[in-house]
Design a protein around this ligand. Structure first.
Ligand SMILES: N[C@@H](CCC(=O)N[C@@H](CS)C(=O)NCC(=O)O)C(=O)O
Length: 217
């Protein structure tokens, strides 16, 4: 069976696990941390990036977008999570792009704050990344508002899975900077998504996760 390596406090790992489950792809989840399990992770993928997908053949894929791109090609059209054509596809790509940019900026801030000693933190960089994070969240909120998305199980496709997972991550790590009440659409989506079996099966505080604000991803 394929193995998905990485901890669920990573929004990239979590969106991949939830999406694979939605697509009906069987896999074993191995919650290794890129920090506290560095050597074990390195023996599986020398680049030590989470998520990593390991095939039975031993072949390795990394990067959530690449893994999900592969997964989309491995299931029948009815189980795919991305629309394939036209306007719907373009809007889906825009939403996923904004959600991933929000995740990237949030992770950069968490790494800057948790991995660097305080005296080595660089305020201009923190300011820049904070501004980019806010811009991405604002644009994502607007895009969700403008899209026809209705909150119901059938609508939980890739753009909304990724938005919900990323929003939960941002709220758990950076709620002071990005207050939930300023983003009602994202908060509503996240509240709903977190009640679904596929989300509950892969909780952000799942196996191996130490505590919020730790650097365990
Ligand atoms: N673009 C990548 C980002 C993945 C990523 O940055 N994962 C973090 C964990 S949240 C990681 O591997 N960090 C260790 C490192 O970058 O050295 C994806 O979509 O999978």
């Amino acid at each position: 069976m394929m193995k998905l390596i990485g901890m669920l406090d990573s929004p990239y790992v979590r969106r991949t696990a939830i999406s694979l489950k939605y697509m009906g792809i069987s896999f074993e989840h191995k919650p290794l941390s890129v920090f506290s399990n560095f050597s074990e992770f390195q023996s599986i993928n020398p680049v030590v990036k989470a998520p990593t997908l390991v095939f039975e053949s031993g072949e390795v894929l990394m990067d959530s977008t690449i893994i999900l791109h592969y997964a989309e090609s491995a299931v029948p059209a009815s189980r795919r999570l991305m629309p394939h054509l036209g306007e719907e596809f373009r809007v889906a790509l825009q939403i996923v792009g904004l959600a991933l940019a929000s995740a990237e900026k949030a992770v950069q801030l968490v790494y800057e704050k948790n991995l660097r000693p305080e005296e080595k933190q660089h305020q201009p960089w923190i300011d820049r990344v904070s501004l980019q994070l806010k811009a991405a969240c604002n644009a994502l909120e607007e895009k969700l508002h403008a899209s026809d998305f209705e909150i119901q199980p059938a609508a939980l496709t890739q753009p909304f899975i990724t938005s919900a997972v990323v929003w939960q991550f941002i709220q758990s790590m950076l709620a002071d900077l990005i207050p939930a009440n300023e983003f009602p659409r994202l908060q509503m989506l996240s509240d709903y998504a977190e009640t679904l079996p596929e989300f509950l099966a892969f909780p952000p505080d799942g196996p191996g996760v130490v505590a919020p604000n730790s650097n365990a991803t």
